[in-house]
Each structure stands twice: as structure tokens, then as C-alpha cells.
Design a protein around this ligand. Structure first.
Ligand code: DUC
Ligand code: ZN
Ligand code: ZN
Length: 466
């Protein structure tokens, strides 16, 4: 059993910031003590990491990724191997990906397929949510079994009719089941039936460019669906987690329901905080790089999302990492925006972009750790194993250099995708050393990890309810 000691850094968790040494035995943190204290001075270890002048933070928890997701006749370009390795480079040591139940399939069969994709391939630890595309008597019963075995959250779609879509009755049934078995319902809240009408009308009128993807997926239709999802959850007596919130008016629905004391939670993503419809409108089909759903919104929404993150009306920032190469994948939608596969890369960039938000004064350092590590871990039943640095927690730790500068670029990123959504953006801060369960997997710009180091994580039910 080897011992590792991280000396002299500023340990930042959601709760506090302290100059402390961190002692790791094998895969777990065993103790913290103030730097220079007699306790810390007495510690010995096989490996000592000097973190003087650096932050010592919990590894990031990205609760929304789609490695290898089949979508629109193609598949997300990151495999579990390439995507989880890119996550490690970016200081994220746990991903929660989405297993998919296709229509006509059991939850079990969908989950087995995703286990087979991930097992033995991940650089960092991973867990699964379950996408329910077919709410039936038997899949409702299966929810109970999945919750018992540690798949404790279920994503439903009010969008994508004919693929993932569930109607209100199906949604209500799944919520009722979740209320009874502890499963958390995650909602893609956009009125897909109405959006499909607008898509058809836009294409018929010759409006085929990527920017129309943003125009037909109207803000009102995100707000309406968010409102409806909240009411259905209230009727069912279940908590609700709304994924990838991009519209200020949808956020207002969440805020109102939270003011009423409901267990309603919201997630946003870096693309909604840093990008806008200006990107979708880039000429020469470049806008296709920014096609995702919910869509990017006009710049004015960003300030509202930042405010929501500060006031805890939004609790989590995940990536919705779902990369498609520009060449050969995004290009499927030349001449028809509705054929552009939906999704953006970002699993490698999230921790740095959010640190930039600290530098820019949008959020505090502790809030950075809270929204990127601690709360996603608590929301999805991984805390305190993940999301914090404390005795007994897994030693998923990042030595973060807050003064390093880097330019985000496809030239240097490790995601398996031929463009960066943040190309040329300079950010301050960089993961220097990354430990996953006590093993150094990134050190000074070298990858030391391996496919298969990452282990599947079973999860408790939501630990964030009020
Ligand atoms: N949104 C995306 O952008 N991609 C995949 C699925 C989704 O809901
Ligand atoms: Zn979605
Ligand atoms: Zn998603």
C-alpha cells in the first residue's frame, strides 16, 4: 500500500479553503492537517507532491456526458476511452454518462449495452444515468431494480418526437415511480412537438442555415416545457432536475418553484455561459459547430445564468459533452439545419472555463468547487466518495495552477473531435497533476493513466433534497 502526501497547497472544497497537507493511503484520503503543524510535519510517504502556490481541489464531477452516443445517423466521436482521457486532462475524475433505452427495448438491455461500451476503457471513474425512451408498465417496474443497483437517475425527453420523446402521461408515470423508489427524474425540457412544426415551416421557407436551429427552438418553448415539467413533478410529488438550462425564462420558472419550496434543481453548461447565438450565426456553415439542444441563446441570457449560479437557483454546471466532428458529421446538415447532429465537445474544458469565471468575478472559488464537484456528487449519490477532499473520500485530487495561462485549441486538446467550441480563448488556470483514486494519471503535461483504470461507480439516491 503506497502513501502519497500533497504538501503546502491551498485546499479548496465547497465548504472551506485551508492551507493544508493531504495524506493519501492507497486509493483514499486518510487525513488533512494544517501545513507546518507538528502533525503534518510528522507524516512520511512514498511520494511527496509539492503543491506550494497551487490549489488542491477535488477532481471534477461531470454529471452529463454522452460518449459514443448514437444520434442523427452518426455517433458522438469520443469513445469512453478517448473522452474519459480528455476528462482527466481537464481535471475531471468522474463522469456520469447516459445509457440509452431505445424504443421497444428494456432498460436492462440498454444499460448492458452501455456497460459493454465503457468497461475496461475508462481513464477515470464513471457511472450511468438511464435515458428512458419507452415508458411502459415493464420499464416502470425496471426502474425500481435499477435504483437498487445504483443507477438512481432517469432522463426523460419532452423533445425529439419519435426518438426519445415521452408524452405528459408517460412523464407523470415515471415521476410517480421515481417519487416512490427514490429515482431522480432529469428532464430535457423543450416542447419538441411544437419545435418540429417550426422546423418544418422554416425548411419549407428556405431557412436552412445553422442559425435557424436556434430560432425554431424558441426560448418560449423551453420555458413552457420547464413550467410543465415542474407542474407534473409537483403533481407526482417527485423532485426534478432540469438538464442544460439555457433560457433566462426557463431559469425564472425554476427560481419561482424553488421559492415555493419545491425540490426542483437546474443544471447549465459552459456553452450557455460563454457562447451565444452569435456563434450559431457564423458564416460558411461554421455555425454548425455550435448546434446543440437546448440551443445557444442571445448573449443577454448569460448574465441571468451566472446570477442563477450565484443564488443557487442553478446548482450544477455539467458539459453535455456530445462531440461531432465538423468534417463528415456536422456537415450532414449542410442545406438542412435539422440534420446537423446536436452536441458540443467540452468535457476537457469545463473546470478551466469555470476557473476563468472565478478570475472574471462571476463566482467565488468555493462556488466553483461546489457547482463542478460537490453538488453534482451529492445530486447523484456519489458524495462524499466523490466531490470533496476529506478523510474517507476517494483520492481524486487535482493540483491546480491558478496562474498558468493556456489557449484552448483543437491543436492541443485531447478530445477526439476536429474543432474546439472555444478555439483561441485564453484562460487562466490549468490542471497540473491529476490523481484518480490515489494514482497520478496526469503529471506536468504527461498522461500516465490507462484505459481500464476508471471503475464503474454505483450511486446512492439524491443527497441534495430539501
Ligand atoms: N442535446 C444535445 O445537444 N445532444 C444530445 C442530446 C441532447 O439532448
Ligand atoms: Zn438533453
Ligand atoms: Zn445531454
Amino acid at each position: 500500500m503506497s502513501r502519497t502526501l500533497i504538501r503546502g497547497g491551498l485546499v479548496i472544497t465547497a465548504a472551506e479553503e485551508i492551507h493544508a497537507d493531504v495524506l493519501i493511503d492507497s486509493e483514499q484520503v486518510v487525513a488533512l492537517a494544517a501545513t507546518g503543524s507538528t502533525v503534518a510535519e510528522g507524516w512520511t510517504a512514498d511520494t511527496v507532491i509539492d503543491a506550494m502556490g497551487k490549489y488542491v481541489i477535488p477532481g471534477g464531477v461531470d454529471a452529463h456526458t454522452h460518449m459514443e452516443l448514437p444520434f442523427g445517423g452518426t455517433a458522438a466521436s469520443d469513445t469512453f476511452e478517448t473522452g474519459s482521457r480528455a476528462a482527466a486532462w481537464g481535471g475531471t475524475t468522474t463522469i456520469v454518462d447516459f445509457a440509452v433505452q431505445s424504443v421497444g427495448e428494456s432498460l436492462r438491455s440498454g444499460l448492458d449495452t452501455w456497460h459493454a461500451k465503457a468497461e475496461g476503457n475508462c481513464a477515470v471513474d464513471y457511472a450511468f444515468h438511464m435515458i428512458m425512451s419507452d415508458v411502459t408498465e415493464s420499464s416502470l417496474k425496471e426502474m425500481d431494480l435499477l435504483v437498487e443497483e445504483g443507477v438512481t437517475s432517469f432522463k426523460l425527453f419532452m423533445a425529439y418526437p419519435g426518438v426519445f420523446y415521452s408524452d405528459d402521461g408517460k412523464i407523470l408515470r415515471a415521476m410517480q415511480r421515481g417519487a416512490a423508489n427514490g429515482g431522480l427524474i432529469m428532464m430535457h425540457a423543450e416542447n419538441g412537438i411544437a419545435i418540429d412544426v417550426l422546423v418544418e415551416q422554416a425548411l419549407a421557407a428556405g431557412r436552412t442555415d445553422p442559425r435557424y436551429h436556434g430560432e425554431v427552438r424558441r426560448e418560449l418553448l423551453e420555458a413552457e416545457a420547464t413550467h410543465r415539467a415542474i407542474k407534473l413533478a409537483e403533481v407526482a410529488g417527485s423532485p426534478l432536475y432540469v438538464v442544460h438550462v439555457s433560457a433566462a425564462s426557463a431559469l425564472a420558472e425554476l427560481a419561482q418553484s424553488r421559492d415555493r419550496g419545491l425540490n426542483v434543481f437546474g443544471e447549465t453548461c459552459p456553452q450557455y455561459l460563454f457562447l451565444s447565438t452569435d456563434n450559431l450565426a457564423e458564416p460558411d456553415f461554421e455555425g454548425a459547430k455550435y448546434v446543440c439542444s437546448t440551443p445557444l441563446r442571445p448573449k443577454e441570457h448569460q448574465a441571468e445564468l451566472w446570477k442563477g449560479l450565484r443564488t443557487n437557483d442553478l446548482q450544477v454546471v455539467s458539459t453535455d459533452h456530445c462531440p461531432f466532428c465538423f468534417s463528415g458529421q456536422k456537415e450532414l446538415g449542410r442545406g438542412d439545419f435539422s440534420k446537423i447532429p446536436n452536441g458540443l465537445p467540452g468535457v476537457e474544458n469545463r473546470m478551466d472555463l469555470l476557473h476563468q469565471a472565478v478570475v472574471d468575478g462571476h463566482i467565488s472559488r468555493r462556488r466553483w468547487i461546489e457547482i463542478a464537484c460537490a453538488t453534482p456528487a451529492r445530486m447523484f449519490g456519489l458524495y462524499p466518495r466523490k466531490g470533496t477532499i476529506a478523510p474517507g473520500a476517494d483520492a481524486d485530487i487535482v493540483i491546480y495552477d491558478p496562474n498558468a495561462t493556456q489557449v484552448i485549441s483543437t491543436e492541443t486538446h485531447h478530445m477526439n473531435v476536429d474543432y474546439s467550441a472555444y478555439e483561441g480563448k485564453q484562460v487562466t488556470g490549468k490542471s497540473e497533476t491529476v490523481l484518480s483514486r490515489g494514482t497520478v494519471i496526469i503529471e506536468q503535461d504527461r498522461y500516465l493513466g490507462r484505459a481500464g483504470h476508471g471503475q464503474y461507480q454505483t450511486r446512492e439516491t439524491c443527497q441534495y433534497l430539501i
